[in-house]
Design a protein around this ligand. Structure first.
Ligand code: SAM
Ligand code: SF4
Ligand code: SF4
Length: 365
């Protein structure tokens, strides 16, 4: 634990606990085939889902341990009622002590919550962007993999592409200037749309980040042959735009994306989680909507923080549990997966049915 020393909490490979993904709901209004391919799902009981107060209590403990970046995810986080209220509560909880309005927290959040972000499919963003901004959200990432309505419908099965685009524009108008668009690239689906996605980014003032298709959670149809590697993405873009300049900004920002620049100055990123994973520098923890603390996107088990929280554990006791877990952390899921000779989907449908916590839409991407 920090114990006032400001020393970060380190895992077994000296990776500091720095960022937290808060999955605020397992519900979603889309059914993207690489994430939720099933027809029916079992949901976490509503009574098991952490309240805003519980989420903030845990978030404060993490902040006190050195977490300075948080991302709200899901499921679809904008389905969680009054999400902007949670944003405001997290903002308040994450202020450095001298700017805190009540000034009485036993935790010394140093340096406090520096970055609060959201990942969303964008469908409900137009209606909520202003409120989220006013509540203190710093950044928004919108997931969008195709600009063709027929493909969108085939992939996501619900929703309307125009609503996503309207959501991106509304976020821009609300003042989110560090907008990002995340696009998972899948062979045979959208690898011919890379230039179009870049053009959309230019039109709406967002930076596109191409993500390699991962064999996580609900990706029960995953196969290696469908992965379009970072090398191939760059080759395709070079063919279309000419020379590409690497910006070598890996890990200088808040995301593990390698960034590049096209001849006209447009920047974009690639997250090569499958062919060149970034586990060696990963300081990312996750919390499921029902309070399971996970050390890795690929983790098969986690630590239940909801039970002790509801049984009255103090912030110090919760902090000690988190520290113990993190200090024992040896997870490097994507690197281990990469070294497998025969690599197929991580889970089968039956595994996911047995434990909803294995799902990507429960643990958040
Ligand atoms: N519903 C929100 C959204 O789609 O932005 C937030 C949750 S979603 C699980 C977070 C991110 O995970 C999305 O950008 C999605 O594209 C990504 N994702 C889901 N399954 C994936 C997979 N198999 N490979 C790569 N990215 C995936
Ligand atoms: Fe829902 Fe996001 Fe998963 Fe698509 S990727 S099904 S929008 S949680
Ligand atoms: Fe971090 Fe696990 Fe992803 Fe590797 S696979 S980068 S350890 S979350």
């Amino acid at each position: 634990m920090k114990n006032g020393t400001n020393a970060p909490v380190l895992d077994s490979f000296s990776r500091p606990l720095r960022s937290l993904r808060l999955s605020v709901t397992d519900r979603c209004n889309l059914r993207c085939r690489y994430c939720m391919p099933g027809e029916e799902y079992q949901w976490i009981e509503r009574s098991e889902i952490l309240t805003f107060e519980e989420l903030v209590t845990l978030a404060q403990v993490f902040i006190g341990l050195g977490v300075d970046r948080m991302r709200l995810t899901g499921g679809e986080p904008l389905l969680r009622r009054d999400l902007s209220q949670l944003v405001a509560m997290l903002r308040e909880a994450g202020r450095p002590p001298h700017t805190k309005s009540n000034g009485s927290s036993p935790w010394a959040p140093v340096p406090g919550l520096r970055d609060l972000a959201l990942t969303t499919n964008g469908l409900l963003l137009a209606a909520q962007a202003q409120d989220l901004r006013k509540a203190g959200l710093d950044r928004v990432t919108i997931s969008l993999d195709t600009l063709r309505p027929d493909r969108f419908r085939a992939l996501a099965r619900y929703g309307d592409l125009d609503d996503v685009i309207a959501g991106i524009r509304a976020a821009r108008e609300a003042g989110f200037d560090a907008l990002k668009i995340n696009s998972v690239v899948i062979r045979g689906f959208n690898e011919d749309e890379l230039a179009d996605l870049i053009a959309l980014g230019q039109a709406v003032g967002a930076e596109v980040r191409f993500i390699e298709y991962m064999d996580v959670g609900g990706a029960t149809e995953w196969s290696r042959s469908q992965v379009v590697s970072r090398v191939e993405i760059l080759d395709r873009l070079r063919e279309r735009f000419g020379a590409i300049e690497p910006l070598n900004l890996q890990f200088q920002g808040t995301a593990p994306a390698d960034r590049f620049r096209l001849p006209d100055g447009t920047t974009f990123g690639i997250i090569s989680s499958t062919t060149a994973p970034f586990c060696a520098q990963c300081g990312r923890a996750r919390l499921t909507p029902d309070g399971l603390f996970l050390l890795c996107l690929y983790a098969r088990q986690g630590l239940d923080l909801k039970r002790p929280l509801r049984d009255g554990a103090s912030p110090a006791e919760l902090g000690a549990m988190i520290v113990e877990r993190w200090q024992g952390r040896r997870d490097r899921g994507a690197e281990e997966r990469r070294s497998l000779r025969a690599r197929g989907p991580l889970f089968q449908i039956e595994d996911l049915r047995r434990d909803v916590h294995l799902e990507m839409h429960t643990r958040g991407g």
